[in-house]
Design a protein around this ligand. Structure first.
Ligand SMILES: Cc1cc2nc3c(=O)[nH]c(=O)nc-3n(C[C@H](O)[C@H](O)[C@H](O)COP(=O)(O)OP(=O)(O)OC[C@H]3O[C@@H](n4cnc5c(N)ncnc54)[C@H](O)[C@@H]3O)c2cc1C
Length: 412
């Protein structure tokens, strides 16, 4: 068993874990991020980089470099609901540095964060390290145990942060109570080629079904939502019926749905929505999906994970540096982030009901009055755009950059 010690040990190299690792290392804290996969190429989990995340990049002075990576810019997100076209968000309303949403494969985004983290000597990213349990001594979490290809490892730290996503092992072993919010759907993901002249709508929804289409340059990353637990039934009906379901929503795909040869070309991602009652206990904090699993509705989960990381770093950098982290600090992070989480989950459920549910399988293909009101009123359009683009209670980077620490009076 190899044993190491650090100030902060983060489990999971997703958006929350990588951003927190980068911010803490940037503030001069010894931090170790443990990621179970060998690289960031993994199941699709969203490509949307919101204006608020781009704002964080700007505050970190890396925005220009970030935008050099291949990406698509979406200033207006439009969708077809029933037979009507609606603007989901018009980023021109925002007062952020970037008035667009960037679409970038998540592995490129995570790679970028890793690259930034590695500029600091206190940043340690261990790939292929799967955390399996927490080490608890006298009622306090003092580290983790895990497996690597080279054998078992033990990492001891002043603070363990669980950022290992919706199926978090850390939270499973923590004894923290999970409140299930429930998600009435799952998503089937697939790729279809993209051609010049294709419509640039981001989603199509009709009669209880929805298709999300994210522009990945030469192909569309498509997500087809199905009521929870019905994927097997759909598979039993055959791929032809599934293809027909897609073309009913987006007829222009008729000439290429056969690219889905069989069910091996389609991946089921189960959606889960929940949150922890307490995000922490002595020596342990959970953030991102590990603290609150988000549904894909509105594509705001990554944004929330990043905001959690920024808030956590703002609170923790100083006590971690001094070796004085207390549960009071951890409670402060939950207090700050719980409200945006609850509201976001509530609004996601409302959107799903109003957009997906109101267009019932047998119902009229008209929008509910709420959606119509949201669509037609400028003030409500602005509020809706802000919810999607920036979120509730946006966080700002307050941690110093050790490389220019003297300017903050940070080094003693
Ligand atoms: C189908 C689907 C589509 C979505 N689409 C979008 C979208 O378009 N836009 C959006 O903003 N959000 C989307 N979301 C939500 C979004 O994916 C999450 O909210 C976001 O990724 C949370 O980030 P995170 O860092 O907390 O967790 P994750 O992104 O889940 O990252 C957790 C990391 O921990 C690692 N890990 C897990 N277990 C261990 C372990 N035991 N040891 C070590 N490492 C471990 C994982 O490999 C992973 O890298 C979607 C969600 C789903 C289910």
């Amino acid at each position: 068993m190899s044993t190491s010690r650090g100030t902060c040990c983060i489990t999971g190299g997703g958006p929350a874990g990588m951003m927190l690792g980068y911010l803490l290392a940037r503030a001069g804290i010894e931090v170790m991020v443990l990621e179970k996969h060998a690289d960031f190429l993994r199941d699709f989990r969203g490509d949307t980089i919101h204006p608020s995340t781009l704002e964080v990049m700007h505050e970190l002075d890396v925005l220009e470099e970030f935008l050099k990576r291949p990406h698509q810019e979406i200033p207006r997100a439009r969708a077809r609901i029933g037979c009507e076209e609606v603007v989901l968000g018009d980023m021109a309303y925002l007062r952020t540095q970037c008035r667009f949403m960037a679409l970038m494969p998540q592995w490129d985004f995570l790679d970028f964060l890793a690259e930034q983290g590695r500029r600091y000597p206190t940043f340690h990213l261990r790939m292929q390290t799967e955390v399996t349990e927490l080490i608890e001594e006298q009622g306090q979490i003092v580290g983790i145990r895990g497996n690597t290809p080279a054998g078992p490892v033990e990492v001891r730290a002043d603070l363990v942060v669980g950022a290992d996503g919706r199926n978090s092992v850390v939270r499973d072993h923590s004894g923290l109570t999970v409140e299930e919010v429930g998600a009435p759907m799952d998503v089937l993901w697939m790729r279809l080629s993209r051609r010049d002249g294709d419509p640039d709508l981001i989603a199509y929804s009709d009669r209880g079904r929805a298709l999300v289409m994210l522009d990945r340059g030469n192909y569309w990353q498509c997500g087809f939502s199905v009521p929870k637990g019905t994927a097997e039934e759909m598979q039993a009906k055959g791929i032809e019926e599934f293809r027909a379901g897609i073309t009913q929503l987006a007829p222009f795909l008729l000439d290429r749905v056969t690219e889905l040869r069989d069910w091996n070309d389609v991946k089921l991602l189960t959606v889960r929505v929940d949150r922890l009652r307490h995000w922490y206990r002595t020596g342990l904090l959970c953030i991102g999906d590990a603290a609150h699993a988000m549904s894909p509705v509105g594509g705001v989960g990554i944004n929330l994970a990043i905001q959690d990381a920024v808030a956590a770093a703002n609170v923790l950098a100083e006590p971690l540096r001094k070796g004085t982290v207390s549960t009071r600090d951890l409670a402060k992070i939950q207090r700050r982030r719980e409200f945006p989480t609850r509201i976001t989950q509530r609004v996601q459920a409302l959107i799903r009901q109003q957009v997906g549910g109101s267009l019932d399988v047998s119902g009229p293909r008209r929008l509910s009055w709420i959606v119509r009101l949201l669509e037609r009123t400028t003030l409500l359009r602005r509020i809706r755009t802000r919810f999607i683009g920036v979120g509730i209670r946006p966080e700002h980077v307050k941690t110093p950059d050790i490389a220019s620490a003297h300017t903050f009076g940070y080094m003693r």
